[in-house]
Design a protein. Structure first.
Length: 178
């Protein structure tokens, strides 16, 4: 600190003396068991599920990380009668109304989806409605619908699915200094 001026030292002390504004940071975890209805190929319904972790960026917006497993129709030309499985991960944003009696929400994700040995770009958009379970509003349950597209899934093109399910969300708030 030999080269620091008295003004710089005074400014540093002033910044340390200013109380930090505290705000609540919301974090949560969402589990989404669902059914996937293929839109791009005429095959049956399969199961899917997602796990989403999120952190509040503001009262209306959360950043989210997503892990999913998806049952897919058998690829064109496949010798296996079984459906394929896809694993994916990525992130996106969740838009929601602040806590009220019900919470409508929208989310969008960009995903890396693994189908067998191949990796694909995918994206998903969803809409849902959550209802609080209990007075503390720490748990929320509600229906959702999601559109998922896996780009370049097989020789016939993209895999497109409509996913319908229930969302169970657990949330907590922590105080953070700003």
């Amino acid at each position: 600190m030999k080269n620091c001026s008295a003004g710089a030292r005074l400014a540093a002390l002033a910044l340390l003396a200013i109380p930090a504004a505290a705000r609540a940071v919301d974090v949560g975890l969402k589990v989404e068991p669902a059914l996937a209805l293929p839109l791009s190929q005429p095959f049956g319904v399969d199961g899917t599920g997602a796990l989403k972790g999120f952190i509040g960026l503001g009262p209306w917006v959360d950043a989210a990380g997503t892990l999913l497993i998806l049952g897919l129709p058998t690829m064109a030309g496949s010798l296996s009668p079984e459906s394929a499985r896809a694993w994916g991960g990525g992130g996106g944003l969740v838009l929601r109304l602040p806590i009220s009696a019900t919470r409508p929400w929208l989310d969008a994700d960009a995903l890396f989806v693994r189908t067998g040995l191949l990796g694909h770009f995918g994206f998903a958009v969803a809409a849902g409605l959550s209802f609080p379970l209990g007075e503390t509003r720490s748990f929320w349950l509600g229906p959702f619908v999601r559109y998922l597209q896996i780009v370049g899934y097989d020789a016939s093109g993209d895999s497109k699915s409509l996913i319908v399910g229930l969302s169970l969300e657990a949330t907590a708030s922590f105080s953070a200094a700003r």
